[in-house]
Write a new protein. Structure first.
Length: 295
């Protein structure tokens, strides 16, 4: 037990307590926010915790073993705390969360009571309710290889090992025409063939939506321009002058990995696995039946 936890335990044992909860939210874009349910702001570990932010937590259910800890946070939407725009824009998706039990009279006496990530978020009437998932939640994810013909890696991840920021596979473009957040009218980008970015990603590099990304639905190459359409709208505005990055798309096929990305050595599928037709086949006098390779 740390000295901070021991100090808090001693304080709780005294019978007269001055404790509150403090939340730390670390977003994927690097923003760190602190909130407390105390009526005065607090600070520790270099983080300022805002009071009267309208954030509160339900009872925390914790258990031993590998079962998942869970709770939820409830709060009011506001411009200075958690805004509706940022919430809809996805800036809090999978954000890291810490909940501390703190002696507000002496913040050196504190104990970490929860660590996890933000899960499903619901919004109604100017307020939000966010599911908080404990660290054991990651144990619910599939592990290991899957025996299938197409690739199981994500383009550019540790298994794929492809440098997707390289000039052959991505390009940065400045927005020159207004967009509704779904359809982007861009220069022709003649170095990239038709449908090159389908199944790829649009990443926003500057502006209010910086740090957000969406999957590409359609990539239409025309004579003098290119139209790129994403599956889900960017809820934060993207205006003329903002910069985006287009990343090539991958359909997970072995032929695409070999010809488009020249990365077949890192292909994470089993392209030569027998299909259903082979499983139902039987030997005939007109075919080779010597037990050799069928590929």
């Amino acid at each position: 037990m740390s000295a901070q936890s021991e100090a808090l335990e001693a304080h709780l044992a005294s019978g007269l307590t001055t404790v509150c909860r403090c939340w730390v939210i670390r977003r994927a874009d690097g923003v760190v926010q602190g909130f407390t349910d105390h009526d005065q702001p607090l600070s520790f570990d270099g983080i300022a915790f805002s009071a009267n932010a309208g954030l509160s937590a339900a009872a925390l259910q914790q258990s031993t073993g590998l079962s998942v800890d869970n709770t939820e946070a409830v709060g009011a939407l506001s411009d200075f705390a958690i805004s509706e725009q940022d919430l809809h824009g996805g800036r809090y998706d999978n954000a890291e969360v810490e909940i501390w039990l703190v002696n507000w009279a002496d913040t050196e006496a504190r104990k970490l009571s929860f660590r996890g990530t933000i899960g499903e978020v619901q919004q109604t009437d100017g307020a939000f309710r966010a599911e908080l998932r404990g660290l054991a939640e990651t144990l619910n994810q599939p592990q290991g290889r899957i025996y299938r013909a197409d690739c199981t890696a994500l383009l550019g991840d540790a298994s794929c090992k492809l440098d997707i920021v390289a000039a052959d596979f991505s390009v940065e473009v400045e927005i020159a025409e207004p967009t509704d957040g779904v359809l982007f009218h861009l220069p022709a980008l003649g170095n990239f063939g038709a449908r090159w970015f389908e199944r790829g990603v649009v990443e926003v590099l500057s502006g209010q939506a910086a740090g957000l990304n969406r999957s590409v639905k359609n990539d239409r190459r025309m004579e003098s321009r290119r139209e790129v359409e994403v599956w889900e709208s960017f809820t934060l505005p993207i205006v003329v002058g903002d910069r985006i990055r287009l990343v090539a798309g991958c359909d997970k096929r072995a032929e695409t990995c070999r010809s488009k990305f020249k990365n077949f050595a890192n292909f994470q599928g089993f392209p030569f696995m027998p299909g259903e037709d082979w499983l139902l086949s039987y030997p005939t006098s007109n075919t080779r039946n010597d037990g050799g390779s069928l590929v």
